[in-house]
Design a protein around this ligand. Structure first.
Ligand code: BTN
Length: 328
């Protein structure tokens, strides 16, 4: 009901709405309306209250609730339900827990802060409250588990395409990093629950360094990480970016769902690859091997050539790659 009050306030824009009118429209008492208004104010909404004229919404907070992201959504499934948290351990863990209980395909978990955010290969992921974007998309595809890594490429492509809409040129450092000028702005962690030939659910976790400032990064991270704000010298509209990302993700995911192919996503990842054509180190179980990154195949595997001329198609799993002298 609180959000129905908010909806009415948003619709009436700058005009005052009387408590009487809201209470008639929603069929609840004026005292309840007052309580919902109070709660909205506690959430950060600035609402003008006048005993004679009623209520008027002045501004909305920078939070990633369904009510705030929905105006930017053009999707049929992705994000049509958003579960929003102020603080949480990890959105991926929450999404898993919900999936086990039967949460639907397309539901998105977003938190303003994670206290146990996870990265790939057991690393941690941190993102200061209200500055980054931490979200997890629940997917329930009817696919073989071997196909799951393709979803990381879809998410990477959706991210590249979304940033392009904000005039930001980013690149993909295979398999799951999005980088700008050689530094990481976004990481993707795809996790799966399944059996040998069946997927129960897939969680696509996306962490974006949106409006972080330099002093939000630890000294050692500053060499390798950056934020959209640092790179563009301006704060990004987080709600609009989340909406854009879900729109692009749904569009690219449709190709996978319908044809079990990700041609379009691969094309985007290839055209915006930070590694293809470069000499890299392939890191596997603490072993490093020099190679040249040659291509991305149709399944999203990175084709590399070692010094002895042999070729290998890398599957993301336990492998990471590095530039010869730096992060990339
Ligand atoms: C990486 O770069 O290694 C992947 C980072 C993924 C971070 C995101 S933030 C939202 C989701 N929840 C998590 O705990 N991790 C992912």
């Amino acid at each position: 009901m609180k959000y129905e009050v908010l909806h009415l306030l948003k619709k009436s824009s700058t005009t005052f709405l009387s408590g009487q009118l809201i209470s008639e429209k929603l069929g609840v008492s004026r005292t309840s309306i007052w309580k919902y208004i109070k709660s909205l104010k506690e959430d950060g909404y600035i609402i003008d209250s006048s005993s004679k004229k009623g209520y008027r919404l002045i501004s909305s907070p920078d939070i990633l609730t369904f009510e705030e992201v929905n105006p930017y959504l053009k999707t049929n499934h992705m994000g049509k339900k958003i579960l929003h948290f102020e603080s949480i351990n990890s959105t991926n863990n929450k999404a898993k827990e919900l999936s086990e209980k039967g949460e639907d395909h397309g539901t998105v978990v977003i938190s303003e802060e994670q206290v146990g955010g996870k990265g790939r290969l057991g690393r941690s992921w941190c993102s200061p409250k209200y500055k980054g974007i931490s979200l997890s998309i629940i997917l329930k595809p009817n696919i073989n588990p071997m196909e799951a890594p393709k979803i990381t490429q879809i998410a990477a492509a959706a991210m590249i395409e979304s940033l392009r809409e904000f005039n930001i040129n980013a690149k993909v450092k295979w398999p799951n990093d999005i980088i700008i000028r050689g530094k990481k702005v976004c990481g993707i962690l795809t996790e799966m629950s399944g059996e040998l030939n069946r997927v129960n659910y897939i969680i696509v976790g996306i962490g974006i360094n949106a409006n972080l400032d330099k002093d939000d990064f630890s000294e050692d991270l500053l060499d390798r990480a950056t934020s959209l704000k640092i790179e563009t010298n301006t704060s990004i509209n987080r709600k609009s970016l989340v909406g854009m990302l879900l729109n692009k993700f749904e569009f690219l995911y449709a190709e996978f769902q319908e044809k079990k192919q990700i041609e379009l996503s691969i094309k985007i990842c290839k055209n915006n690859s930070a590694v293809i054509g470069k000499n890299i180190k392939v890191v596997r179980n603490n072993n490093e091997k020099c190679a040249k990154a040659l291509d991305l195949d149709g399944d999203g595997r990175l084709v590399v050539q070692y010094k002895d001329g042999s070729l290998e198609k890398l599957v993301s799993g336990e492998i990471s790659i590095r530039g010869l002298n730096q992060y990339i």
